[in-house]
Design a protein around this ligand. Sequence first.
Ligand code: HEM
Length: 142
Amino acid sequence: MTLTAAEKASLVALSGKISGHAEALGAEALERLFFSFPQSKTYFPHFDLTKGSDDIKRHGGKVLSAIGEAAKHVDNLEQALSKLSDLHAYNLRVDPGNFKVLAHCIETVLAAHFPAEFTPEAQAAWDKFLAAVSAVLTSKYR
Ligand code: HEM
């Protein structure tokens, strides 16, 4: 993934805003995912998927914190996401199509909560970045 300096700056700026609100923003992204793409719920049979549940908040927090952390390592995503890549490929085997829709839901949440910062240029940067994160998390499938 090649990002310009401006794109990298936009990732870092918004991920700074995400930290501290990771649970709430992540929960909203997951709720949008589960509502719009119900097939994604099949990976979470052990979760309470009711809107606002503790499971959704806790997991949403984990996902957005991982993304915030990855944004600090855009030049070395393979290494930064190595453990998560093992988990998603070897244990979870999530169909890669789900990553695209989750990325879409995350971008929607960012646009809704940070309209001033989520400019068209910022969206392009996040789109590239989330596609790269998804590519790493699905890279070990075989
Ligand atoms: C677990 C991140 C995409 C399904 C996790 C964990 C993180 C994470 C941080 C917790 C790992 C741990 O507890 O050690 C991400 C990121 C994604 C992504 C950054 C893409 C941007 C997906 C997608 C699905 C999915 C698209 C399926 C629709 C799961 C499941 C678990 C998990 C089922 C285990 C939940 C549990 O039992 O606690 N993911 N994930 N992930 N992820 Fe992902």
